[in-house]
Design a protein around this ligand. Structure first.
Ligand code: HAM
Length: 432
């Protein structure tokens, strides 16, 4: 029996057309990150297991991690996310890196999930992080950058919504709870939209001590930023931060895309304050497009010093669903391009190769026919199938007269061009 051609469950093969689409998606992200002066970095796809054990997401660590012992008996994980790796890298050079550190990465990650709409086992994420500033201005910058990535695809407030909050609200609403009990409650609240209402209610009843606490939680979900001030000494700085974020976004024209939502808590234990998620307004695409927030105590786990940090991760699977659902794929993504040089007979092989090399040296993407055929139609067909824009034909009689024929497959025109003017002709025609 033949070996299966299917990739491993929940992963994708990227054929050239898929890769072209992906490169375009990543290109927009790189462009926006550069405009904000973020530097690109990279990291290994495997990481010592301990990087995740202290403070990641319990669900990821206990259920979704690809983990194994290597041949040297070391506990290793294929990275399910980048934030612990980033914290480790920054901690390793905490003294020498100029701050604030503004870094981004586009990479692949693996989580052992049940594959479905918006969820795979291997996915890509854009990670953007700002470390070294505890000011809410850093939160605003990260959020604006995230919004500008979506704007880069031509999306607007009619397509998506950012919901933001602060993790400390839950602690302020339940001041008597231990940190561990609060974490457990946060995880449950994080799953609220993913669970059936009755299931959530049952779990909540087990988590909360009294019906009074349930009422308190419901009240928290209905708070507005204005309701937060003057309630308690712990809550005041949180309210101030949130009001600052809201006012900055409003002052600079981002207000229609954002909404304060106290139900946003995020599932990772390392988040310490501001948190946000971005959702498609299309109800079919229910998974978050991005998620992020502030994690001021993660770097400290890897070194001596805490470094305040904020950032987000944006997945390619939900993003692609979003882009396609809203018809935001640019029409010119798969335009014919480049030159196909036909080989009309074996006697012309050397001349054909010489011309091909000249075109390549001039920077024109050029594909050479490897097999000779006098059937011109077949060569045109081949060039069209490969999505080339021009076909260059060297015929014996034309070569003798110093001419070549160029067919433009987009315009459907054919012209005889002097051999020494071919490069200039093609460059001009490709530009027009
Ligand atoms: P996260 O919410 O786990 O956050 O992931 C961020 C985004 O990655 C999600 O909104 C989703 O688009 C995508 N994603 C996650 N898991 C999958 C999956 N199985 N299949 C497809 N897409 C997926 C983090 O990973 C944080 N480390 C983000 C962060 C960076 N926080 C601060 N800096």
């Amino acid at each position: 029996m033949a070996v299966s051609t299917k990739p491993y469950i929940g992963t994708r093969d990227f054929f050239p057309e898929d890769t072209a689409f992906r490169n375009w998606m990543f290109g927009v992200q790189r462009d926006v990150c550069r405009r904000y002066s973020y530097e690109e970095y990279a990291a290994p796809i495997v990481e010592p297991l301990e990087s995740y054990l202290a403070k990641s997401s319990e669900e990821i660590v206990s259920e979704q991690m690809y983990r194994f012992k290597d041949r040297g008996d070391r506990e290793v994980a294929i990275r399910p996310e980048l934030t612990p790796t980033l914290a480790r890298m920054v901690a390793s050079r905490a003294q020498s890196l100029p701050r604030p550190i503004r870094w981004f990465n586009i990479g692949n990650f693996m989580r052992y999930e049940r594959p479905g709409r918006g969820r795979l086992r291997e996915f890509y994420q854009l990670n953007v992080d700002l470390l070294g500033s505890a000011h809410a201005a850093a939160d605003v910058e990260i959020l604006m950058l995230a919004l500008d990535v979506l704007r880069g695809y031509g999306a607007g407030p009619e397509h998506f919504e950012v919901r933001f909050s602060d993790r400390r609200l839950l602690g302020a609403a339940f001041p008597d709870r231990s940190e561990e009990a609060l974490r457990s409650l946060s995880r449950l609240v994080d799953k609220r939209d993913k669970l059936k209402a009755e299931e959530f209610d049952d779990l909540l009843a087990a988590e909360l001590k009294s019906p009074g606490e349930r009422a308190e939680l419901e009240a928290l979900f209905s708070w507005s930023i204005d309701d937060l001030g003057g309630r308690s000494a712990e809550l005041d700085p949180v309210a101030e931060n949130l009001a600052f974020i809201q006012s900055q976004l409003t002052a600079h024209g981002y207000q229609d895309s954002v909404r304060f939502d106290p139900g946003i808590v995020r599932g990772f234990d390392y988040y310490t304050g501001f948190v946000f998620e971005i959702y498609d307004r299309d109800p079919e695409n229910r998974r978050a497009l991005f998620g992020g927030g502030r994690y001021d105590r993660l770097v400290g786990l890897f070194g001596k010093e805490d470094i305040p940090a904020v950032g987000f991760g944006m997945g390619d699977v939900t993003l692609e669903n979003f882009i396609r659902a809203h018809d935001l794929v640019p029409k010119d993504l798969a335009q014919p391009e480049g030159v196909f040089v036909a080989l009309m007979s074996d006697d012309l092989r050397e001349d054909t190769l010489r011309v091909g090399l000249q075109l390549r040296a001039a920077g024109l993407p050029t594909e050479l026919s490897l097999e000779a055929t006098r059937k011109f139609g077949r060569q045109l067909e081949q060039a069209a199938k490969k999505n080339r824009r021009f076909v260059v034909i060297l015929g014996e009689s034309e070569l003798a007269a110093g001419q070549v024929t160029v067919k433009d497959l987009v315009r459907g025109e054919q012209e005889s061009v002097p051999g020494d003017g071919l490069i200039a002709y093609l460059k001009r025609a490709a530009g027009g």
